[in-house]
Write a protein that binds this ligand. Structure first.
Ligand SMILES: CC(C)(COP(=O)(O)OP(=O)(O)OC[C@H]1O[C@@H](n2cnc3c(N)ncnc32)[C@H](O)[C@@H]1OP(=O)(O)O)[C@@H](O)C(=O)NCCC(=O)NCCS
Length: 244
């Protein structure tokens, strides 16, 4: 296998009953031997300083891939300048915040797992969040302990293999937890799923205690992706075109 990086970007139309918002998603995936430090030319000077403070190579990689994905999504949506003009910092709860003189009111969400990162950018009026999980058998027992009996049964009824289904639920919940800015610090039961519908290329997930949101989850290769949006929003997300 040769060292490579694959990038998929897509504009997303977020259609509400009375209006339409525009967002964009970027998915960046590399082979294991690709050096993400080669992307540091796209980092803002302050991001470079932050990178220097990160000790673990895996964290350096996720930091760069996540920032790169945000910037590519912004470019897809509207941004015309050099990517290093954009700075993404973390707020007090760890949530990513965009700083850029020429961008107004744009927000972002980031996720990374293994050699892949995903980011969405969206206007403040319309929240969106994203998650990506590398599917690994070693997590099966832990994930099984985090879900309800109804969720276990629901996973078995989907077309996904059990392990992939468990990751799908986990990823959906993590995306919701980031949408709420609380992360997975609360008891798992608050993220309980109440309904799973099968889509042509993925799943649509609804929550028992957060009726305002829904999540579209899909699998590409060994990864599960989740996009959480308000329940009353329709999207034109083209999942086959996002395949990495
Ligand atoms: C938030 C959390 C679910 C992310 O888990 P993870 O396995 O790193 O998941 P992902 O790769 O999908 O997401 C990481 C990204 O989420 C974003 N993020 C982190 N915390 C966030 C939060 N509270 N709300 C929204 N987004 C958040 C960041 O952009 C981060 O990437 P970056 O550090 O490179 O900028 C996890 O860290 C968690 O549960 N934390 C609980 C602790 C917590 O929320 N503390 C708040 C400070 S008091």
């Amino acid at each position: 296998m040769t060292k490579s990086i694959s990038v998929k970007t897509q504009k997303i139309k977020l259609t509400r009953p009375d209006t339409v918002f525009a967002a964009a998603i970027a998915i960046v995936s590399t082979t294991a031997d690709f050096d993400p430090l080669s992307l540091d030319k796209y980092l803002h000077n302050q991001e470079k300083k932050q990178l220097q403070g990160l000790k673990a190579p895996a964290r350096q990689r996720s930091f760069i891939l996540g920032r790169y994905a945000v910037k590519l999504a912004l470019k897809k949506l509207a941004f015309k300048g050099h990517l290093k003009q954009i700075k993404v910092i973390n707020g007090v709860f760890g949530q990513p915040v965009i700083h850029c003189k020429t961008l107004c009111n744009m927000q972002t969400a980031i996720s990374h797992s293994d050699h892949t990162a995903a980011a969405v950018v969206f206007p403040e009026e319309h929240p969106v969040n994203v998650d990506v999980e590398f599917i690994r058998a070693s997590a099966q027992k832990t994930l099984n302990n985090c879900i309800t009996d109804w969720e276990k049964k629901a996973v078995k009824e989907t077309e996904l293999k059990e392990l992939n289904g468990l990751f799908c639920l986990w990823s959906a919940k993590e995306s919701l937890s980031k949408m709420l800015k609380i992360g997975m610090t609360s008891p798992f039961r608050i993220f309980e799923i109440k309904e799973i519908k099968t889509l042509a290329h993925g799943m649509l997930i609804f929550y028992r205690h957060f009726g305002q949101y829904k999540t579209i989850s899909w699998q590409h290769n060994n990864y599960i992706f989740s996009l959480t949006i308000p329940a009353k929003t329709e999207t034109d997300l083209d999942l086959p075109r996002l395949k990495i």
